[in-house]
Design a protein around this ligand. Structure first.
Ligand code: AMP
Length: 501
């Protein structure tokens, strides 16, 4: 039934013949079995096809994290279509850009936003799926029977995930069936996931970490998940005694450390804590080991490449590093003269079956970053030491990562600059004890009566909350170098202590 669909045949293999086995433990206490999950995915696929979705079409999805949303992801791939998840926090103008660029044939949104999304969806069919798992898509799916997966090969697209660009425009990273299947299989084996595992799944599913790392690895292993709608300290601590693994961003770990209920006893059944998506502080690493007896395993990846490096399962997990290139992945650090000597900082390149197919409808941008011989220029600054451990030492671009989410300064700056009374602005990240980094804006006024406190309110209308500056500061002039470039580094240094505890 699924054999001819590269990704679905693999994701379903571990649970074939054990359809009654539990997959997801849901917040209401109910359990979704593997059989129920794939049957739900078939009904979603049938509903999409009935709504006009054809192989290769994009299905844009901006919904809450529910098990039905996972069924929709699997159903989209089963129907031979391309899954395009969007952060529920995106405002309607933000969503309009993605829909205009990706031209999906179906858009699935929260019932409460049906009118506003319908207004920007163009010719696409708009259906709903709510946080309670209900909606018009689910109603249509409930009327369907089984579905034979549409044949799709390793090079066909399974998903497009948007990753913002420093020049302001987001880019759609095209991921093939083989990109996703091969990377998740590698991670399952490297991290030794089996059907005996129970993974605490508290990550969002519109991002590579929660969707492809957590969900796909669990499915490929035939493992169970404690499926949480979001980060929930109490729920994670409650689940921990019967779970075996947690995947999180560094913020998860700092927040858990802030709770006295995190003890060695509570973590006794756990075998693996994984961190990624942003740098884990060495202090967090050490504090975690002292409190729980476990050494966090840090890995590194990005939307375009899935996961590229990981600290070892057996062997030394070195704090401050992201470990070794995964099996089948090559990594090199380059400067203008070529590959640098061990220990030298340069730009990290990676190559392997994990690397994406290019940016959606951006052949020039793709050619700049994806070299003809398969190397992808990550834009991250890194060094590889003599033992082969990779360390990410900074970002070539000025990306801000706050609570595991990426904020591109240019997008925020453009909106601030458009406000009346503003001459210019600069947005950058400073260390924050809870979020890793916090977004800060400095603004130069053209009108002396400019009220900088009102800027935050203005931005709230247009930007997802995590992108809004935590502080807006008025200054007389932006620091610039002789070439006229704004010195972000100087700003970061000057305001580094803003959120110090
Ligand atoms: P995204 O595409 O949203 O997954 O973001 C990818 C970026 O997150 C990478 O290019 C890195 O800059 C950063 N990143 C991911 N994992 C790590 C890590 N373990 N340490 C430092 N930075 C990381």
């Amino acid at each position: 039934m699924y054999d001819t669909n590269h990704l679905i045949s693999r994701l379903s293999a571990a649970s074939t013949g054990r359809g009654d086995a539990p997959f997801a433990h849901l917040p209401d206490g109910s359990v979704t079995s593997f059989g129920a999950l794939f049957a739900g995915a078939e009904r979603m696929a049938a509903a999409l096809v009935q709504s006009g979705v054809r192989p290769g079409d994009r299905v844009a999805v901006q919904v809450a994290k529910t098990i039905e949303a996972i069924e929709l992801y699997l159903g989209t791939v089963m129907a031979g279509a391309v899954f395009l998840p969007l952060n529920p926090a995106y405002t309607t103008p933000e969503v309009a850009y993605f829909l205009g660029d990706a031209t999906p044939s179906v858009v699935v949104c929260d019932p409460a936003r049906l009118d506003e999304i319908s207004g920007i969806a163009g010719p696409a069919t708009v259906m709903t799926l709510g946080a309670d798992g209900r909606g018009t898509l689910r109603d249509l799916a409930d009327q369907q029977d089984g579905f034979d997966a549409v044949a799709r090969g390793p090079d066909d697209l399974a998903a497009i995930l948007y990753t913002s660009g420093t020049t302001g425009r987001s880019k759609g990273a095209m991921l093939s069936h083989a990109n996703l299947a091969s990377n998740s299989e590698t991670l399952r084996d490297y991290w030794q996931f089996t059907a005996a595992d129970t993974l605490i799944h508290a990550l969002p599913i519109f991002h590579t970490h929660g969707l492809f790392v957590a969900t796909n690895v669990a499915l490929l292993a035939g493992a169970q998940v404690v499926f949480l709608p979001g980060f929930d300290l109490d729920a994670i601590l409650t689940a921990m005694p019967r779970a075996t693994a947690l995947m999180g961003v560094p913020t998860f770990y700092t927040r858990l450390l802030g709770d006295a209920r995190l003890t060695k006893e509570r973590a006794a059944n756990m075998r693996l804590f994984i961190s990624g998506s942003a740098p884990l502080l060495v202090d967090t690493h050490e504090e975690w080991q002292a409190r729980t007896g476990h050494r966090i395993l840090e890995r590194y990846g990005m939307t375009e490449t899935n996961m590229s490096t990981s600290n070892p399962y057996d062997g030394e997990r070195r704090a401050g590093t992201v470990g070794f290139p995964l099996p089948g992945v090559e990594a090199r650090v380059m400067d203008d003269d070529g590959v640098v000597a061990p220990g030298t900082i340069g730009v990290l390149h990676v190559r392997g079956s994990n690397v994406f197919q290019g940016y959606w409808q951006m052949p020039e941008k793709t050619a700049e970053e994806l070299l003809p011989d398969g190397w992808f220029i990550t834009g991250d600054l890194a060094r590889i030491d003599a033992d082969g451990y990779v360390s990410i030492v900074g970002r070539e671009k000025d990306l801000i990562i706050t609570g595991g989410f990426n904020v591109y300064p240019k997008e925020v700056e453009s909106l601030i600059d458009d406000l009346p009374g503003v001459l210019e602005s600069a947005v950058f990240g400073v260390p924050h004890p809870d979020f890793g980094e916090a977004v800060v804006a400095v603004v130069v006024a053209s009108d002396p009566t400019l009220d900088v406190d009102a800027i935050t309110g203005e931005l709230a209308q247009q930007l997802a909350r995590y992108k809004q500056p935590k502080q807006v500061i008025r200054i007389d002039a932006l620091p610039r170098n002789t070439m006229g470039k704004v010195q972000k580094k100087a700003l970061r240094e000057e305001y580094a202590g803003l959120f110090a505890t």
